[in-house]
Design a protein around this ligand. Structure first.
Ligand code: BG6
Length: 540
């Protein structure tokens, strides 16, 4: 058996830097921190009651993985720095390493220094350090989990954490069941009256509909549904939550947000990175299971759903479920989907190897690193409007966006020559980087002729707000500790998403090797071919 904690092979891994969301107003941040230091429980920018976590312990499985080092540990520090963690807050790491508390503290310290969003402050670190513990062990080792249960009891006594525990499974999916079973066996999954126990499961939740269902059976046998937090970190992104604000806090767009005006929608999540050290996780999973099943279908749901009656979890999830239920696959999957695998090529001035040459990938792997699909939504609002979803590794650049492309004006009272380079109106939600919203429309070119050309109107977060955006994981970790579920998909959403993807995966499984595309390009030719009807992918 492989070492479950080997980071290069199996640990969840985010190779992307967080630079884009870090770059914000330094002045605003430092002032905030000074005031926050005077009253660590209060963020002075927040005029509402602060959302602060109550006493609790966060137990992290998979602390040696890249996700923990790059995202989770820094996010915990950032929450502390913003005064959003309680004084007794404790962090327990669990891994197959011969470490003591101080070793894990050192790893946390290094991760914070390297990747935290907010500046390093010795007093914040000292407070966090006091609550850091480590329990060594394998996931199959009953003794290690008994030791974990003991450690949690002791922490409750010494730090006043009140029996409130969140267990974060940042481990490869194949270990989810064994860890959950252990938590059940030791009894730590059952909350005594007056306390809470929660489990946080990283995506992908299952491999297909059947396995997602099975995993859910195991998880719900240990934790009640209300204590299960299935993470989709895209929902923690400010720009993704802003889709709801854009649609439902304004009256400007909603009247045209339908088949009467929208020609099609394009949802793109392009990455320039390859699979790096994640062969063990990625091979056999591929682009569609890795991000379409979760991130991109969640984006589709937010863009296409009806307005919820409120923003509480059940109302929001109900609307997302309704729209996911209405999603229909095209009858001809060969024509309306595309899958590719990157070949060697050039990226950022460097020569990079192809997928099949990456460490740990078998030379005949058929795993796709690019996936594109066309979907339709069978309801009154969207009938006949195609939704195109695409994602890929080693593409031209890193960009995630949702583009709502509108129909052309029914009649142009200008000469053809004057409108030659006029495109379609579009509203583009720039999820990352360069977060914001762009509206594309036609405008008269200055001069004596009535020439019309596309121009852009732009909203950029950096220009409109002094506050920097919290990292997605800051928001989501805080929500877990507070027990606030709206930004976590329900099992029904997870299963509906697998229902959409499963037939495509089954079809692809019969198709042999995916089409090659050079690293640094925009994917395989079949992705362009599937657009049809005079439509084309946006050039990014
Ligand atoms: C993860 C995927 O969910 O999202 C990774 O497993 C991907 O393959 C990552 O690289 C991208 O996240 P972000 O926030 O950088 O877009």
């Amino acid at each position: 058996m492989k070492d479950p904690e080997t980071p290069s092979e199996e640990a969840l891994d985010f190779e992307e830097t967080i630079a884009a969301t870090v770059a914000t107003s330094a002045a605003a941040t430092s002032t905030t921190l000074e005031v926050a230091a005077a009253n660590p429980l209060r963020d002075p920018r927040d005029k509402r009651l602060p959302r602060v976590a109550g006493p609790c312990v966060l137990v992290l499985f998979g602390v040696t993985g890249d996700l923990a080092k790059r995202k989770l540990l820094p996010a915990i520090y950032d929450l502390g720095n913003r005064g959003l963690l309680p004084p007794g807050f404790s962090l327990v790491g669990f891994a197959r390493r011969d470490w003591k508390d101080q070793d894990f503290a050192q790893v946390t310290h290094d991760a914070v220094k390297a990747h935290a969003r907010t500046p390093f402050r010795e007093e914040v670190w000292k407070q966090l350090r006091e609550g850091i513990h480590f329990v060594p062990g394998e996931f199959s080792d009953d003794g290690a989990f008994d030791a974990l249960a003991m450690a949690l009891k002791e922490i409750d006594e010494t730090r006043g954490t009140g029996g409130n525990y969140a267990f974060y499974l940042s481990v490869p999916p194949k270990f989810f069941p064994v860890v959950v079973e252990q938590l059940k066996r030791t009894g730590v999954s059952q909350a005594p009256p007056g306390s809470w126990r929660r489990v946080v499961i990283e995506k992908p939740f299952g491999h297909d509909l059947k396995s997602a269902h099975e995993l859910n059976e195991i998880t719900t046998s240990a934790f009640p549904e209300s204590s299960i937090f299935r993470i989709d970190h895209y929902l923690g992104k400010e720009t993704v939550q802003n889709i709801l604000a854009l649609r439902f806090a304004n009256n400007l767009y909603e009247p045209i947000w339908n088949r009467g005006y929208v020609d099609h929608v394009q949802i793109t999540m392009a990455e320039d990175i390859g699979i790096g050290g994640r062969a063990g996780y990625y091979d056999g999973i591929g682009a569609a299971r890795d991000v379409i099943q979760n991130h991109l279908l969640q984006l589709l749901a937010l863009v296409a759903m009806e307005d919820p009656t409120s923003f509480d979890a059940s109302a929001l999830r109900r609307e997302k479920e309704k729209v996911l239920k209405a999603v229909q696959l095209p009858s001809d999957l060969a024509l309306n989907t595309a899958r590719g695998q990157y070949d060697a090529g050039w990226q950022g001035g460097e020569k990079v190897v192809g997928y099949l040459q990456e460490d740990g990938i078998s030379p005949d792997s058929t795993t796709e690193t690019y996936a594109a699909i066309k979907l339709e939504i069978a309801n009154r609002r969207w009938a006949g409007v195609p939704f195109y979803l695409r994602t890929g590794k080693r593409l031209g650049r890193r960009v995630t966006e949702v583009a709502v492309v509108f129909q052309r004006a029914p009649h142009l009272p200008f000469s053809k020559d004057d409108t030659e380079i006029l495109g379609q109106n579009a509203l583009v939600i720039r999820v990352q980087p360069d977060e914001g919203i762009t509206v594309r429309f036609g405008s008269k070119v200055p001069g004596t002729a009535m020439e019309v050309r596309d121009v852009s109107m732009d909203f950029a977060y950096g220009e409109s707000f002094l506050e920097s955006s919290p990292e997605a994981y800051e928001r989501l970790l805080l929500d877990v500790m507070i027990g606030d579920p709206p930004l976590f998909p329900h099992q029904r959403e997870v299963e509906l998403s697998w229902k959409i993807l499963d037939p495509i995966e089954e079809f692809w499984a019969t198709q042999g090797q995916p089409e090659g595309y050079p690293a640094g390009s925009w994917g395989p030719p079949s992705a362009d071919a599937m657009m049809g009807d005079g439509r084309a992918w946006r050039r990014l």
